[in-house]
Ligand binder design. Structure first.
Ligand code: UDP
Length: 476
């Protein structure tokens, strides 16, 4: 009976766009390998919204018939949730959804041949449900292999470092990565008594017990980390589940937004080849008004052309609200006369730009990035060298990997509280665009772009890794 039922894979992404897009791309990739698969993607409510998720889901649902979205129940958050850090909510919402998840998984297993369940690490609570149901459960890690080395090493760090990380002022050695200065580790790991720390610790332990971990990277990009993972060095006292490098998974160009019309692309058409610096800081990056003023001056002084995505400065309730953030008032935020003075050299875009199209435009010569992993992969695949300006999540350690290990970016020196001065931005933009150092980064990015292309060819490392995984289900 089983063989007459559709082979189904269920994906359970975290709702942030950076996590969602790569999971959807994983679904599409599985379909490319096995067009007969049926893919179901579970969706939960997001604790905040950027306004881009719903249109994206609608687009995928209407264009890819083998992918079905299933909205798990809209759970009631406790009335105190406004005071809960949003990363905790990202773990908490899936936990509250567990009863619905249980029913949904049972339902699917009755009607189809459920081969595998892929979860984002924020959906860690789901592991308990799926393992009880005997469903092979894999984590899909949306950041890179180096970051995964750190993640899997959390339980070991917990045992070996007895102080709070925030009180350690030293380099920390983790297999597969260059030494990381303690303060560059994700903030969620700073305080061992905090709830968020415990959630990450628990998740790292569970991940080690899963059927496998998929990571959005490719072997040539992070060879040291990949080797440490496959040698089991990151979990010293227990076996490491198989780690499959199946990336780069980046958004397809056809992602539903009507980008042909976007003013910044027509503006880019008028700029010389490789002349423009693109500044964009992920789905949530924003700066204080003071920092925006400083950035504007740095860009103006550098004399380089720029395309800059500007958001409103953060407000206390921004990440908690469930409506899209307001559009910025550029005249009020930027230095007086800036837009007029730079109108021949620069374009400022409000809130959101079609990043993938921008990066692949011939006029782009460099990017200033917040070091979100999707942005890094997108820039690498477009052959664009980067300046690293990390803001949140695991981005500070991504910067260390990108600058010191992968050599696809130059750094920006920060003064206190991450502030970057006019002089520093000016100097580093010139360094990226005009110097031998910048040229070396550009060359390395070009090499990695070619490796990325090779990895996803039929005989490439990422393609072979996914094919082997799929074949293992038939045997199982
Ligand atoms: N993005 C975009 N336009 C913007 C900002 C972000 O298209 O103005 C996309 C970007 O291309 C990437 C994703 O949003 O695919 C952000 O993911 P990333 O992992 O870089 O950062 P996160 O938002 O998760 O911090």
């Amino acid at each position: 009976i089983l063989s007459s039922m559709a082979d189904t894979i269920v994906l359970y992404p975290s709702p942030g766009i950076g996590h969602l897009i790569s999971m959807v791309e994983l679904g599409k990739l599985l379909l490319k390998h096995r067009p007969s698969f049926s893919i179901t993607i579970f969706i939960t409510t997001a604790p905040y919204t950027t306004g881009v998720t719903a249109p994206y889901i609608n687009h995928v649902a209407s264009t890819t018939s083998s992918i079905t979205f299933h909205q798990l129940s809209t759970v009631e958050l406790p009335p105190t949730s406004a005071a809960i850090p949003f990363e905790e909510l990202l773990f908490e919402i899936p936990r509250l959804n567990n009863p619905y998840l249980h029913k949904a998984l049972q339902n699917i297993s009755q009607k189809s041949n459920l081969l595998a369940f892929f979860i984002d690490f924020f959906c860690n609570a789901a592991f308990e449900v799926s393992s009880k149901l005997g469903i092979p459960t894999y984590y899909f890690y949306t950041s890179g292999a180096s970051a995964l080395c750190v993640f899997l090493h959390i339980p070991t760090l917990h045992e070996t470092i007895t102080k709070n990380i925030k009180d350690v002022h030293d380099y920390i050695k983790i297999p597969g990565t260059p030494p990381i200065y303690s303060q560059d580790l994700p903030k969620v790991l700073f305080d061992r008594e905090s709830r968020i720390y415990k959630l990450f610790l628990e998740t790292a332990v569970q991940m080690g017990k899963s059927s496998g971990i998929l990571v959005n990277s490719f072997e040539a990009l992070e060879s040291r980390a990949v080797k440490a993972l496959s040698d089991g060095l990151c979990i010293p006292n227990a076996p490491t589940p198989p780690v499959h490098c199946i990336g780069p998974l980046i958004a397809s160009k056809d992602n539903g937004s009507n980008n042909d019309e976007h003013e910044c692309l027509s503006w880019l058409n008028l700029q010389p080849s490789k002349s423009v610096v693109f500044l964009c800081f992920g789905s949530m990056g924003s700066f204080t008004a003071e920092q925006l003023q400083e950035m504007a001056a740095g860009l103006e002084n550098s004399g380089h052309r720029f395309l800059w995505v500007v958001r409103n400065p953060p407000t206390d309730d921004e990440t908690k609200g469930n409506s899209a953030p307001a559009e910025p008032d550029l005249d009020a935020l930027l230095p007086e006369g800036f837009l007029e003075r730079t109108k021949d050299k620069g374009l400022v875009v409000k809130s959101w730009a079609p990043q993938l199209e921008v990066l692949n435009h011939d006029s782009i010569g460099g990017m200033v990035t917040h070091c979100g992993w999707n942005s890094a992969l997108e820039a690498i695949c477009a052959g664009v060298p980067m300046l690293a300006w990390p803001l949140y999540a695991e981005q500070r350690m991504n910067k260390v990997f990108m600058v010191e290990e992968l050599k696809v970016a130059l750094g920006l020196a920060e003064s206190t509280n991450g502030f970057v001065t006019v002089a520093e931005l000016d100097k580093q933009v010139r360094e990226l665009m005009d110097s031998d150092n910048g040229k070396a980064v550009k060359d390395q990015v070009t090499v990695m772009r070619n490796c990325a292309k090779a990895a996803i060819q039929d005989d490439g490392s990422s393609c072979v890794a996914l094919e082997k995984l799929i074949e293992s289900w038939a045997k199982g």
